[in-house]
Design a protein around this ligand. Structure first.
Ligand code: C2E
Ligand code: MG
Ligand code: MG
Length: 553
């Protein structure tokens, strides 16, 4: 901690000089002594001290409090105030700038030292886990890299992100989420034998610098060891929880020349392992930069969208023909893009699939939809069946069934109110897995619907082979069904076949009365489409449910 640099902002020059002498004798470096708020900001911009000692009562345009606020927000440098006396109002303003400490004048050398040490510690440590934060990590990693330069060994830099921590926060509450983070921090700190530095960078993201290794495999072994330690069950407030992590590793000097580059590359490897379902480690590999800047920007936006709560679930009513009443809703995700406004899922779902983000996104949609459906039930509205789309990539996740059943448990929704929509393509991709999953889900009581039915080619053969509950006729067949003889013939055939197998048929994309009349006449069971309603935001759909609307069909 020695040789930290400090700027003194104090308009009484005797106090300033005195303080400077004390600081130097305590082992600090004084970058500058200035006498006004304006000079303070200029000096910070030029010399970037580690900490600023700021007189509260400065003369001039910019007083101490204003200057401190500016220094905090523009340069993220901690400020400790110097005060002789202060009235209530001043104190309130001082507190609003979230100061790192106060020193009362006339100062005592001992207090000066302690207050500065505490402020520097607070500034460089994460307040939840007390681990070093990004600022200290960069500093310490740079030192490690400097020392290592001459030696032949490699320094592994590891980025670690806990999988599905958002779920813990949303289902069990942030208190439990915080306890989980602290307990993981503790576990990481306890295996310090192979670890030089552990830092917490963001919510559920840690960075770890390992002791030097001579073989890549050594780093791999330690990473696996860390994964095992994290995967051990933990007891938090009486319940047993399981957490896994995704790890990315890069090696200095090969994968980066400074702390920032190494961290960036470790993160990139970490995203790879998240993409592959988590609970694994990946080494960084330099990728050929063949994606366009535009795509790259879009991807960055998308990556952050979940964190920033930019997604929203809309609900499209499904109407039972026999009663004219809403019997269910399809959950359709929307992205409220900060720059482009509402982006359609047709555009971002494929991108999310490619980037490996569909698993967390899909999970979020499923959980949100189930939770909302339960909330409507609790409000006393007629029970609703909620249909949630699953993408092929989600289906590849080994623990999908566990996730689904955990979500049902967490949200307290009875399985019979959940319907999962899957496409033909997904089934054909891995028939064995599909058969297995369908069997388990149906045993749990979940309904299964085949979405966009008819758009694949082998459609008429597999209802025999797979057990499911409903067929959704794709909207391309419904279009102009009353006039298009081919579409009409296909639709009639699908309805007949489905009924002969005891399957429910639902037509999607119904836009007008003629289409509706045709479908009613040919015995279709359920209907959805803009003729009834577009997909609606949660509150509007709730209002529609409350109105207990009944369509004349
Ligand atoms: P889908 O599951 O076949 O959903 C039906 C799409 O048709 C929805 O488009 C819906 O808004 C639209 N639609 C409904 N009625 C009408 C109509 O009368 N006329 C017309 N022209 N369109 C109608 P959306 O919301 O843009 O979704 C497109 C696709 O994105 C969905 O097709 C689904 O495959 C996918 N998707 C949406 N949400 C999710 C999700 O949460 N997870 C996954 N994996 N995929 C989703
Ligand atoms: Mg669908
Ligand atoms: Mg569809």
């Amino acid at each position: 901690m020695l040789h930290k640099s400090i700027l003194i902002v104090e308009d009484e020059s005797i106090i300033a000089e005195d303080m400077s002498d004390s600081l130097i004798s305590l082992g600090y470096r004084v970058t500058d002594i200035v006498y006004s708020g304006e000079e303070a900001i200029l000096s910070v911009a030029k010399l970037r001290p580690d900490l600023v000692l700021m007189d509260v009562n400065l003369q001039g345009e910019i007083d101490g409090i204003t200057a401190a606020a500016e220094i905090r927000s523009r340069f993220q440098i901690p400020v400790v105030y110097l005060t002789a006396y202060a009235d209530e109002n001043t104190l309130r303003r001082v507190n609003a700038t979230k100061p790192f400490g106060y020193i009362v004048k006339p100062f005592e050398e001992k207090n000066l030292h302690t207050t500065i040490q505490i402020a520097l510690h607070r500034h460089q440590h994460d307040c939840l886990t007390n681990l070093p934060n990004r600022s200290l990590l960069r500093e310490q990693l740079s030192l490690v890299l400097d020392k290592q330069k001459a030696l032949p060994a490699m320094i592994p830099v590891v980025a670690l992100s806990l999988d599905r921590i958002n779920r813990i926060n949303s289902t069990l509450g942030h208190d439990i989420g915080d306890s989980v983070l602290c307990s993981i921090a503790q576990r990481l700190s306890n295996c310090m034998e192979n670890i030089k530095i552990v830092a917490r960078l963001e919510a559920a993201e840690f960075a770890i610098v390992l002791e030097p290794v001579t073989e890549k495999q050594d780093a791999a072994n330690i990473a696996q060891n860390i994964l095992d330690i994290i995967a051990q069950p933990m007891i938090v407030k009486g319940s047993e929880l399981y957490v896994t992590a995704s790890i990315g590793i890069c090696l200095s000097p090969g994968d980066g020349s400074d702390a920032d580059e190494l961290l960036k590359n470790a993160y990139s490897a970490m995203y790879d392992s998240q993409q592959q379902g988590g609970n694994k480690y990946k080494f960084y590999t330099a990728k050929v930069a063949n994606i366009s800047i535009n795509q790259f920007t879009q991807e960055t936006f998308l990556r952050n969208a979940l964190k920033r709560s930019e997604f929203e679930v809309y609900y499209e009513p499904q109407i039972e023909i026999e009663t004219g009443k809403i019997i269910g809703a399809e959950a359709l995700v929307r992205w409220n893009h900060p720059e482009r406004g509402r982006v359609s899922p047709g555009e971002f779902i494929p991108m999310a699939e490619e980037m490996g983000l569909i698993a967390p996104l899909g999970e979020w949609v499923l959980e949100t939809a189930c939770r909302q459906t339960k909330a409507w039930q609790i409000e006393g509205l007629p029970p609703l069946r909620i249909s949630v789309n699953l993408s092929a990539r989600q289906f590849e996740e080994k623990n999908l069934t566990e996730i689904v059943s955990q979500i049902l448990k967490d949200t307290n929704l009875e399985p019979k109110y959940l319907e999962l929509e899957l496409t033909e393509g997904l089934i054909l991709q891995d028939e064995v897995a599909a058969t297995e999953a369908f069997t388990v889900w149906r045993e749990m009581g979940i309904r299964i619907a085949i979405d966009d039915f008819g758009t694949g080619y082998s459609c008429l053969s597999y209802p025999k082979r797979f057990a499911f509950d409903a067929l959704k006729i794709d909207k391309s067949f419904i279009r102009d069904i009353a006039d298009d003889r081919q579409n009409a013939a296909i639709t009639i055939a699908i309805i007949q076949m489905a009924h002969s197998m005891n399957l429910t048929v639902i037509a999607e994309g119904v836009e007008n009365q003629r289409e509706l009349t045709f479908l009613c006449a040919h015995g279709c069971d359920e209907i959805q489409g803009h003729f009834f309603s577009q997909a609606l935001p949660m509150a509007e759909f709730g209002a529609l449910l409350k109105s207990d609307k009944c369509w004349e069909l």
